[in-house]
Ligand binder design. Structure first.
Ligand code: SAM
Ligand code: SF4
Length: 326
């Protein structure tokens, strides 16, 4: 079992399968972002070896992310092999949805259980402005196909950026009235790559909530007041779905954190918003034994920091978001 020095049992691993992406969201990376050469990324056998090691340490929940995980070569086969790994109980993916029309059924058949799809607005012009390269209809079609394929319950993620999509909060929340979806609003966080915008254009969880309430009335608490992952859960009265609000910046949930991350280049990242990492890929490639690697992971998890330091002005600048895996 992997436990940190504060007694938190860490059993959820988010894996960035690639830093590459087919979009260029303004809150995530600059338009001229350059990516790592393939040789620097974990190869399929390396991902699988690390998944086996983490599963052996009691990790049972895995999320594939990026960058955009669906642009990785052989993604369906890789999902299949991860899903088959003993100990992997929950397997989901965070995706921008652009390729889901083509991939939702094959991914479901390969053993993927659920997807979180990022969609920040239902207005096609604002969608293009936010993602720079995206077409809204591709994502809407992708969500529909994911639902039909059974990658459910569908969860949608929206980062709210002042000057880009704060006027879309109400329309996105309204999706949950008829659909049994979870619409999750995320406070924008600061990283390298787009730091100025990320710091200056945050829309806080309180503001998101009050916009929704001014349209639909008081939100009711859902999920018995428990967090779902990092989201505080609500629903609009009488709605089929739920609303999640993720307040990583204004009201962090570090005490309940059970997760660690694996970066696209094989580093164990202990907190999304701290720079500290433990290199796993270099020892793996240098022929470290499984026991040695297991010990490196256990020691790394032990050192997981209590929480992030945004309130003290500590911003992680060693990587853009897509390398870490959101
Ligand atoms: N490409 C996939 C996608 O967009 O869903 C997966 C990777 S993306 C980095 C994972 C999540 O992080 C997405 O929901 C995205 O909206 C969110 N994200 C990206 N940059 C962010 C930022 N600066 N603050 C908060 N969330 C961010
Ligand atoms: Fe790509 Fe996802 Fe980052 Fe948007 S948020 S640029 S889709 S990795």
């Amino acid at each position: 079992m992997a436990i940190d020095r504060f007694g938190r049992r860490i059993h959820y691993l988010r894996i960035s399968l690639t830093d590459h992406c087919n979009l260029r969201c303004v809150y995530c990376m600059p338009e001229d972002q350059t990516f790592r050469p393939n040789a620097e990324l974990m190869q399929d056998d390396e991902v699988l070896m690390l998944v086996r090691l983490f599963a052996g340490l009691g990790f049972d929940k895995f999320r594939l992310t990026g960058g955009e995980p669906t642009v990785r070569a052989h993604i369906v086969k890789l999902v299949h092999d991860i899903a088959e790994t003993p100990g992997v109980k929950y397997l989901s993916m965070t995706t921008n949805g652009v390729l889901l029309k083509k991939l939702a059924y094959p991914l479901r058949e390969a053993g993927l259980q659920r997807v979180n799809v990022s969609i920040d607005t239902l207005n096609s012009e604002r969608f293009r402005r936010l993602t720079r390269w995206g077409t809204l209809d591709d994502v809407l079609g992708g969500i529909e196909t994911a639902e039909a394929a059974g990658l459910t319950p569908i969860k949608l993620n929206a980062v709210v950026v002042r000057g880009y999509n704060e006027q879309d909060i109400v329309d996105l929340a309204a999706l949950t009235i008829d659909k049994p979806w979870q619409m999750r609003f995320i406070e924008m966080m600061p990283f390298a790559g787009a730091t100025e915008l990320q710091l200056k254009q945050v829309v806080t969880a309180d503001e998101i909530r009050s916009q929704i309430e001014s349209e639909f009335g008081p939100l009711e608490e859902a999920n018995n007041g428990e967090l779902d992952g990092e989201a505080r859960m609500y629903h609009i009265q009488g709605a089929a779905g739920e609303i999640g609000i993720i307040s990583s910046v204004s009201a962090p949930f570090c005490a309940q954190c059970t997760r660690a991350r694996l970066t696209a280049d094989g580093r164990l990242r202990l907190c999304l918003l701290r720079e500290g990492e433990v290199d796993l890929l270099t020892p793996l490639r240098a022929g470290a034994s499984l026991d040695d690697l297991r010990q490196i992971i256990i020691d790394g998890i032990w050192q997981k920091p209590w929480g992030h330091g945004l309130a003290d002005g500590l911003i992680p600048l060693n990587r853009v978001m897509s390398e870490i895996g959101g």
